[in-house]
Design a protein around this ligand. Structure first.
Ligand code: SF4
Ligand code: SF3
Length: 539
């Protein structure tokens, strides 16, 4: 095993024995094999060209394979093996009559996959040149993020063929030894462009189906009924759960990345949708225990339960899977039956109260545009001096306290723009408002970072600026997993410069690739809170 795809990788170098995330060696190897055969499927699909009525199935297979390997989504060797076999079957069928296939496309081992996955040719380290490896992995992780956002849009009936085609094209290109560092840098930026398209598509899907997020006060206090806690990023699952729990006496609460579901008009109409329970993903061991009722994980981030204390209450769906947790599949019509969770919930105690009060969110682009006059006036009058984009992920490492300390140290004339689970470091600090504009504007999930880019582009237009970097907006972004990688690449492709990235730079970036990012985009690692307040805000 060798995995360095997330920010918590062992020693900021790579996990080699077991994942810091809890992923076992076998699962890590199988995930590498899944990516390997997915490259093979892409090679075969690209050669075939017209896939006829198999096109969507192939596109979905490729995207689901990428999606299921993101950090903290799938810990289950059985489901990863199942994905591998399905990919091999699909590949074999498409490759009929083809010859001289590359190794990834020709691979067709069915027995002993766990052993086969250990082969030197399969994993990350199969690429010997450090810079080529770094760029190949950077692109792969960007594609994983793109695939996640694309699949959320797909399940709501929205597709962008260009994005799917790009994923297959890029997966093949990163197997091509003739590509130079410069070629791969160009492909990295193209990955970012496609990430923007994927996020725009998901934004369209979410807002068309569920309305535009609006300013919302979200309760943090549980009621006395039994409840179901839902986490992850899949809004279609959210809708289905709310529909099926209607009139059952079971309440619904969001956890972590599902918090922004509270901001959507379509979900507010359910009076058994109570609010949010707890903090960001890594607090789940304590919070899932005290919640008392069943928990539905629709995507990442799953933390392996310590002592199986709530494993019998843990459910997964979609590409998320955990050994021992119940999996809810969809039928051929795309329907998911949550009656088992609801029945279990009825026999559970109500959630224990762990905090009180409310928090405010719902500042996606439409809501911010509705406040545009106020915002522009506040900037013109100097009441708001700077906006700080502090989106991204949260994580367990102690040095992430930096983000809370940074938020606290911000001068009173600054406003935080956020999206993703990074916000839990400061969204309960009650930072007040500037002339009615809250000082923490939460756009939503990590994919709603797209909203932040749309807001920036709108402000650029209003202020008549030639360059997006002339805006009084600075970027201090926290990353953890691969969706944050695509958010970063998307921002770079939109021309955003001077991004501070932390709490550490990715281990998968080689020194030379870091140099390219510094020279072209002036990306910088975090300093101390004092240094960064000075450099980003006061200078
Ligand atoms: Fe390690 Fe992160 Fe990979 Fe898990 S996902 S094995 S923590 S690098
Ligand atoms: Fe968070 Fe996993 Fe990245 Fe979606 S829930 S931002 S870490």
């Amino acid at each position: 095993m060798f995995c360095f795809q997330c920010q918590e990788t062992a020693g900021n170098k790579g996990c080699t024995v077991k994942g810091v995330c809890g992923k076992t060696k076998d699962v890590a190897d199988l995930q590498d094999l899944l990516i390997y055969v997915t490259k093979g499927l892409a090679q075969v699909a690209n050669r075939k060209g017209d896939l006829g009525d198999k096109k969507e199935a192939v596109q979905d297979r490729i995207a689901d394979n990428l999606f299921t390997t993101i950090t903290n989504a799938n810990f289950n060797p059985k489901t990863v093996e199942d994905y591998i076999v399905k990919t091999l079957d699909m590949k074999k069928e498409l490759a009929q009559g083809m010859s001289d296939l590359p190794a990834e496309a020709a691979f067709d081992v069915r027995e002993g996959l766990t052993e086969a996955a250990k082969a030197d040719a399969i994993g990350v380290l199969a690429t010997k040149d450090e810079d080529i490896r770094s760029l190949r992995e950077l692109i792969t992780y960007g594609l994983k993020g793109t695939a996640a956002y694309t699949r959320h849009a797909n399940v709501l009936g929205f597709r962008n063929d260009e994005v799917h085609a790009f994923m297959a094209e890029a997966l093949e290109k990163i197997t091509d030894d003739s590509l130079s560092v410069d070629d791969l840098v160009a492909l990295t930026l193209k990955t970012g462009e496609n990430g923007v398209k994927a996020m725009a598509l998901l934004d369209e899907a979410n807002t068309t189906k569920y309305g535009h997020p609006e300013i919302t006060e979200v309760s943090l206090e549980p009621r006395n009924n039994p409840g179901i806690l839902i986490s992850g990023h899949d809004l279609k699952d959210m809708e289905a759960l709310l529909e099926q729990t209607k009139g059952t006496g079971v309440d619904v609460y969001t956890h972590s990345e599902m918090l922004p579901a509270n901001y959507y008009p379509a979900f507010k109409k359910y009076d058994h949708f109570v609010g949010n329970y707890g903090g960001s993903w890594w607090h789940q061991k304590e919070e899932f225990a005290s919640f008392n009722g069943p928990i539905l994980m629709t995507t990442n981030c799953i933390v392996p339960p310590k002592d199986d204390s709530y494993l019998d209450r843990l459910y997964t769906t979609g590409v998320a899977s955990y050994p021992g947790a119940k999996f809810i599949d969809e039928d051929e019509k795309g329907h998911k039956d949550f009656s088992g969770i609801i029945e279990q919930a009825k026999g559970c105690k109500a959630p224990e109260k762990i905090e009180e009060g409310t928090l405010v969110g719902g500042f996606a682009h439409n809501q911010v545009f509705a406040l545009a006059d106020k915002v522009v006036d506040a900037v013109k009058s100097g009441a708001i001096k700077k906006f700080v984009v502090m989106g991204g992920c949260d994580g367990r490492q102690r040095d992430r306290n930096y983000y809370e300390e940074f938020a606290k140290a911000l001068p009173e004339d600054t406003v935080i723009l956020t999206a993703g689970c990074a916000k839990y470091r400061y969204n309960k600090l009650h930072m007040g408002d500037i002339g009615g504009i809250p000082r923490v504007l939460d756009a939503g999930q990590c994919n709603d970072s797209y909203s932040l880019a749309v807001i920036a582009m709108k402000l650029q237009e209003i202020f008549g600026l030639a360059d997006i970097n002339e805006l009084p907006i600075v970027y201090n972004i926290a990353w953890y997993e691969q969706k944050a990688v695509i958010v970063l690449l998307a921002l770079l492709s939109l021309g955003v410069k001077n991004i501070h990235l932390g709490p550490t730079l990715p281990a998968f970036l080689s020194d030379n690739v870091v140099k390219v990012l510094v020279e072209n985009f002036n990306i910088a690692p975090n300093g101390t809170v004092e240094e960064d307040i000075q450099n980003l805000i006061l200078s």
